[in-house]
Design a binder for this molecule. Structure first.
Ligand SMILES: Nc1nc2c(ncn2[C@@H]2O[C@H](COP(=O)(O)OP(=O)(O)OP(=O)(O)O)[C@@H](O)[C@H]2O)c(=O)[nH]1
Ligand SMILES: [Mg+2]
Length: 463
């Protein structure tokens, strides 16, 4: 079927998320929708009381209707009731028995929740059967599978709470195989990343061949969106580095810098980092619950460890240098131009004149300050490095690459603290262009540098 824009259109796939109460059904749907407002999630049993529909789109195409359902509570009693019913009504197929039960729902008020699940199961194309693998393999779960099998729909077991529960997971896999359910998905909110999501859609592809193409367009679409998110996040990190590396504060040229000047610089850096953190959390729609699950050192939307704390240097494997305690350095603009030395005003002027008009223009502000007998306060190298390392770790966590369960995915041989090879060279270019702090520059050199830094961060993500 074609829609008015000439794109092929398929009817959406109806997917019911079913299972024992508290297995994490609503949580799975929230993760798939990237919507922490969907439904109600709670530690208590019987949280979801009604069937609730949501939709997964690929661009504008409605690919999946996802149905959250109440959890099974007493499946053994339900199975007995169904067995009893099968003796009184004539049915051709097991699904007809479920239909007969639903028609007589008023006679079974104790199973009002289960009736909703069964009705939705009959109306769906596939059932995602959520399992909390920490639960012992009790008869009630066998009964649940037996009841659900009567709907005659493909069932995909989804193992939840798998982190650190390898043995239990193995037992559950064996158990499901007894029911001929050999294909299953491993899910854990804590370690759920794009790859896990892709595997879910791929499993659905193999169960529902007639929907193969629309599921493929969903996978492709989600991949594209994911790549865009990672790029946007990497560009945001580059913006932070630019703001901080290009920071300049004019100070009097006396032997010690005033604590007020240092404090102003530190506040600037804290604010800049704070805003970047907020933006990155927003880009990946990270919620407070995600922050807790991922054990991000963030409280009330702020880093728990201050960027200027001496512990930061240690945490990221850097040695505390002389300037480490304040994060301040002076004179960088001019000094970098003339080879990193602190020079007097006359020498600086000589150097600038020698270097030509373009250079003089670029360093206009610094030159004026030097002539006034002032210096420039900048952010020191260690602080810029720390910012990069902390943001890189954040990006990995946001893309679920930083979690312990996924450590094996880390770049082999790469230390979490190591900086890219040509780090110093690139950051020097940033420092030499203080004008980039205020304008988001269309400058070719700026674009080139941005592409380079984004590439550092992205290639980490892809590897
Ligand atoms: N650590 C961890 N907690 C989870 C995960 N999935 C769900 N939870 C927690 O488990 C509890 C139950 O989750 P729900 O999504 O409400 O479970 P449900 O199956 O929808 O429950 P009912 O609606 O009552 O049937 C909540 O406290 C969730 O935060 C997971 O993968 N890891
Ligand atoms: Mg629920």
């Amino acid at each position: 079927m074609l829609n008015e824009r000439g794109k092929s259109q398929h009817s959406p796939i109806n997917v019911a998320v079913v299972g024992h109460t508290n297995a994490g059904k609503t949580s799975l749907i929230r993760t798939l929708l990237r919507d922490d407002q969907f439904g109600k999630v709670d530690d208590a049993a019987g949280t979801t009381r009604c069937v609730e529909k949501s939709v997964i789109f690929a661009d504008e195409e409605q690919v999946i209707n996802l149905f959250d359902t109440p959890g099974f509570e007493d499946s053994s009693a339900l199975l007995q009731t169904l067995d009893g019913l099968s003796k009184t009504v004539q049915v051709r197929l097991p699904a007809d028995l479920l239909s007969a039960f639903i028609t007589r729902a008023d006679d079974f008020p104790d199973f009002s929740q289960e009736t909703k699940v069964l009705r939705q199961s009959l109306n769906s194309d596939v059932l995602l059967y959520m399992i909390d693998v920490r639960e012992p393999l009790l008869g009630k779960y066998r009964d649940e599978v037996e009841i659900l099998s009567k709907a005659g729909k493909p069932i995909l077991p989804v193992f939840n709470f798998i982190a650190g529960n390898d043995e239990a997971l193995k037992r559950w896999r064996e158990q499901m195989a007894q029911f001929n359910l050999h294909s299953a998905l491993e899910f854990d909110t804590v370690a759920f990343d794009f790859e896990a999501e892709k595997r879910l859609y791929q499993k659905l592809q193999s169960l529902l061949e007639q929907h193969y193409d629309s599921l493929q367009s969903l996978i492709d679409y989600r991949q594209e969106v994911w790549n865009k998110l990672i790029h946007a996040a990497a560009r945001r990190i580059f913006q932070l580095l630019t703001e901080v590396a290009c920071y300049r504060r004019e100070v009097e040229d006396k032997s010690s810098i005033s604590s007020a000047d240092v404090a102003a610089m530190q506040d600037f850096v804290r604010n800049a980092e704070q805003q970047a953190l907020q933006d990155l959390l927003t880009i990946f729609a990270f919620t407070q619950l995600d922050i807790e699950l991922q054990q991000l050192p963030v409280h009330d939307g702020k880093w728990t460890l201050d960027i200027f704390s001496p512990h930061m240097l240690k945490a990221f494997g850097l040695n505390a240098g002389a300037t480490a305690l304040t994060g301040a350095a002076t004179g960088a603009g001019i000094d970098l131009m003339v080879g990193g030395m602190s020079l007097g005003a006359a020498t600086v002027l000589g150097a600038v004149i020698g270097a030509g008009l373009a250079t003089a223009r670029r360093y206009q502000q610094e030159l004026k300050a030097v002539l006034r007998g002032h210096r420039w306060l900048c952010v020191d190298d260690d602080t810029v490095r720390l910012l990069y390392l902390r943001q890189r770790r954040l990006l990995r966590t946001l893309t679920k690459r930083g979690h312990a369960a996924n450590n094996s995915l880390r770049l082999s041989g790469e230390s979490e603290h190591s900086l890219p090879n040509d780090w110093n060279k690139r950051i020097t270019i940033l420092r030499q262009n203080p004008q980039w702090q205020h304008v988001s520059s269309g400058d070719a050199e700026y674009q080139k540098l941005q592409a380079q830094v984004v590439n550092w961060l992205i290639s980490d993500e892809k590897s």
